[in-house]
Design a protein around this ligand. Structure first.
Ligand SMILES: [Zn+2]
Length: 251
């Protein structure tokens, strides 16, 4: 049973046709934000105690009013709000760039959330660190839960645009945000049958695992899990029995 589910409300910034909000080559900010939000939702499905909703229009056709987004998040009693954006300077290609995370001035819980998300976002998305900032943006001000707004990259940066045009980098942007949320709320990952979130075995270790499975020593699951007394008895008992039988035969 999961006791404390963390409800996370998300929005992808704007609508696809919101004026401005595009690269100098007319790519839409929404398209980048939407991809990141979709990855966030997918990645959060790997946790047992996270729930998500989008409080914007997931088709992008309408730019859901900010009040409607905030009301939905408040009514749902979300535990966190994440608004995903990409930044812009003056709309002309330049060499500026980097990642920022915003929270409402003086909101301690939002600041803590930002402090958990931002470093992960930087590590994962790998653009210049422009730091954690305060702003009285509507969705930060009017939400009743810890709320952050991420500005992943500058759409008019020749450096950052490379990351925005690369789906694996947009996924990395989402991964950073999810890791920050997971750390902040102590989210627990689901265990897929027979597979855990432990490191993968290298070739030599995998050979040992296969041999051990063949000899019936192990079911091969959870290779890096700590063993308890029972596990040791269970593994050694068949061997001890065989040794005992061999001894009896030799008498
Ligand atoms: Zn935006």
């Amino acid at each position: 049973m999961v006791s404390d589910v963390v409800k996370i409300a998300l929005d992808a910034g704007h609508g696809i046709n919101t004026p401005g909000k595009r690269t100098p080559d007319d790519e839409r900010e929404w398209s980048f934000n939407d991809m990141v939000v979709r990855y966030i939702i997918t990645l959060l499905r790997d946790y047992v105690d996270a729930e998500t909703i989008r409080v914007d229009d997931y088709t992008g056709r309408t730019d859901t009013p900010l009040a409607a987004r905030v009301n939905q998040a408040n009514n749902w009693k979300a535990g966190a709000y994440v608004s995903v954006h990409q930044n812009a300077s003056d709309g002309k290609w330049g060499t500026h760039g980097g990642t920022e995370t915003y929270h409402f001035p003086g909101s301690l819980q939002s600041k803590k959330l930002a402090e958990s998300v931002h470093p992960n976002l930087i590590r994962s998305f790998k653009l210049k660190d422009r730091g954690i900032k305060e702003a009285d943006f509507y969705v930060l001000k009017n939400t009743n839960m810890p709320a952050i707004l991420t500005e992943g990259a500058f759409m008019d940066s020749r450096i950052d645009i490379v990351a925005l045009r690369d789906e694996s980098r947009l996924r990395a942007q989402a991964e950073g945000i999810v890791l920050g949320l997971a750390n902040h709320f102590g989210l627990k990952k689901k265990e897929v049958a027979g597979v855990t979130n432990e490191p993968t075995l290298n070739a030599a270790q995998e050979k040992v695992r296969q041999e051990a499975m063949k000899l019936g020593i192990t079911d091969g699951k959870n290779p890096f899990r700590e063993v308890n007394q029972y596990y040791v008895w269970n593994a050694l008992l068949p061997l001890a029995k065989e040794i005992e039988e061999l001894k009896n035969k030799l008498k």
